[in-house]
Design a protein around this ligand. Structure first.
Ligand code: DGL
Length: 259
């Protein structure tokens, strides 16, 4: 048993789509959410810069007493997860990867779309998963350009955002995809808009939130790290941007629980 918090880290607001799964499924666990904010978006940064940012963030969360850290960012996972596990061996570090495996199992049309950041689509783990499970499946890779910025600016429901989403999603569907993988933790905030674009067509839109939550649970058990049933969970939000950003982060977290 261990009542210390779990750290959840992302470049900005996106990791809240994982945070909300953890909060719902693990009501006794305290969570410290670190949304960098200052250096967001990470998507097109060089891998080395992302590694340095991620190392600073995870060190920070460990310094705040976290018993486990979830890197709730596909981009940071792709660029830095092995490095982080090597540097910080005292706690379990959970990473995120696009849900390619379930998508390739689910598809009937044998065409799958994966939308992620540039850096995530170049990730070694992503490419090896694709190699392993994507045999006989056409996997269409696309970058959600401007999507992270739209979520960061709370612009999800503007016409401009809808057009931006449609420009990526429509060609994927036209090529016959029946599963679309959201390979960036910001993108679930755009799920309503994506589903609007999908309309009546039979296309599943999936992300990794629930799978990561399950992984966290199994690691809590494996390392005997679960909080006591009597623990009153605390939720803290920190950022490297200004106080106003942190306020918006808290508001976005509350909003995420309504979805
Ligand atoms: N949420 C990050 C991810 O999952 C955001 C990427 C970014 O900052 O560009 O990839």
């Amino acid at each position: 048993m261990n009542n210390s918090p779990i750290g959840v880290y992302d470049s900005g607001f996106g990791g809240l789509s994982v945070w909300r799964e953890l909060r719902r499924a693990l009501p006794c666990e305290s969570l410290i959410y670190l949304g960098d904010g200052k250096n967001c978006p990470y998507g097109s940064l060089p891998a080395e810069s992302i590694r340095m940012l991620a190392e600073t963030a995870v060190r920070d969360l460990i310094g705040r007493g976290c018993k486990m850290v979830v890197v709730a960012c596909n981009t940071a996972t792709a660029a830095a997860i092995s490095h982080l596990r090597e540097v910080f061996q005292s706690i379990p570090i959970v990473g995120l990867e696009p849900a390619v495996k379930p998508a390739c199992k689910m598809t009937k049309s044998r065409v799958v779309g994966v939308i992620a950041t540039e850096r995530s689509l170049q990730g070694e783990k992503f490419l090896s998963t694709l190699e392993r499970y994507g045999q006989g499946v056409e996997v269409i890779k696309a970058v959600g350009r401007g999507w992270v910025e739209a979520v960061e600016q709370n612009q999800e429901h503007t016409e401009q955002c809808r057009e931006m989403v449609s420009a990526v999603v429509e060609p994927i569907i036209k090529r016959g995809a029946d599963v679309i993988v959201l390979g960036c933790t910001h993108y679930p905030f755009l799920k309503d808009v994506i589903c609007e674009v999908v309309g009546e067509r039979e296309v599943a839109v999936i992300d990794s939130g629930a799978a990561v939550e399950k992984r966290v649970e199994s690691l809590l058990d494996e390392y005997d790290l679960r909080a006591e049933d009597s623990n009153e969970a605390r939720y803290e939000f920190v950022s490297y941007a200004d106080e106003q950003y942190c306020e918006r982060l808290r508001a976005k977290a509350s909003e995420s629980l309504l979805r």
